[in-house]
Design a protein around this ligand. Sequence first.
Ligand code: NDP
Length: 411
Amino acid sequence: MYLWAPKKINMSKVVIIGAGGVGRVVAYKCAQLKDVFTEIVLASRTVSKCEAIAQDIKKDLGVVIATDRVDADHVNEVVALFKKHQPRLVINVALPYQDLTIMDACLEAGVNYLDTANYEPIDEAKFEYSWQWAYQDRFKAAGLTAVLGCGFDPGVTGVYTAYAAKHYFDEIHYLDIVDCNAGDHGKAFATNFNPEINIREVTQKGKYFEDGKWVLTEPHAIGKMINYPNVGPRKSYLIYHEELESLVKNYPSLKRARFWMTFGDEYLTHLRVIQNIGMAAIEPVMYEGREIVPLQFLKAVLPDPGGLGENYEGETSIGCRIKGVRDGQEKTYYIYNNCKHQDAYKETRAQGVSYTTGVPAAIGAKMMLTGEWTGAGVYNVEEMNPDPFLADLNQYGLPWHELVDVDLEMD
Ligand code: NDP
């Protein structure tokens, strides 16, 4: 039962939850697309961060966006936020811990949903889609759409795969997602997005899909040099990344699917020390008479990823390398984007990783509001039409390139 009659809903009003590096970019991009996002509300736990972003947007773009406070750990607070602003869509760029409470609020208040990271329980470093896929019937019954994982990876990587499968292959067999950050922010150690989520992700065991089953590896046990366009060879490590789960499900012809990410030696050394001294732990410990979580404390002393942009140089290069068949012939295909940190900063005062996540989230939201992506239920991005989304990526800041039938070094 909706809290208000659907006819009263402003058809282009969007609420963004989360005012970190990614939230900043989403808010900028939505403000640049005022024809689609006619009203924008940026809400987060710390309202002063929303206000700082709103002021920058007013100064840079002359667009006024509204701000509000919400603790999205509580369904009733999110429902109250939706009831007050009556959006058609929420873009969730808070933390993965809030995914389910925000989805619950969407069901209660009749709001469509989009996010960039799958749900993760706060007390267990584990992420998988099962929790959010379990909302399928409820979203269907409510006539609402939820689009999951619409950042860059997950996000654009899924759309790239869908585009390749649609236009270049009869069957895709081998997929390597290759993610390089060749940027330098000048800090001894910093993470490119929320430190707590980032460290939980990269200290996990490696995992990839081969011949119908998942293979587990010790963290960073498999590494090799990968050649990235405009960057050159960089040491890249096999890690588990969430889009592998949905891509393997949605493309059953895949014989192997892996995810590679570059890490510098300095980064890995810091990470090892952080783990060895117990600072990556997520179980609470007693400190001066109160419980603290070491990883949350570490987050408080590490550089804010949202503030890395000013001195960040270099670029990211992220793409999909695919082998498969077309008309009985073996084919290879590589689709990728390179994004310069300085360009991202000039436009939004955020660094490249926030930019490459926030732009696809805003474009995914545009797809939903303009009716390019429709259907009641819970979807991963690769289930939607890739063509209009990729056309928009070209137009709004993340142009992509493709290489056909080249040697992709996918052994
Ligand atoms: P930040 O930590 O910079 O920002 C997170 C924001 O969410 C902060 O403003 C924080 O508020 C807010 N927040 C946290 N908890 C709550 C809550 N309970 N209620 C309301 N707001 C809350 O993170 P990033 O901007 O770097 O990342 C945002 C999301 O994007 C993450 O989920 C991350 O995993 C995802 N991501 C996805 C990528 C992709 O390619 N798919 C890549 C990079 C990130 P406060 O300031 O008060 O703490």
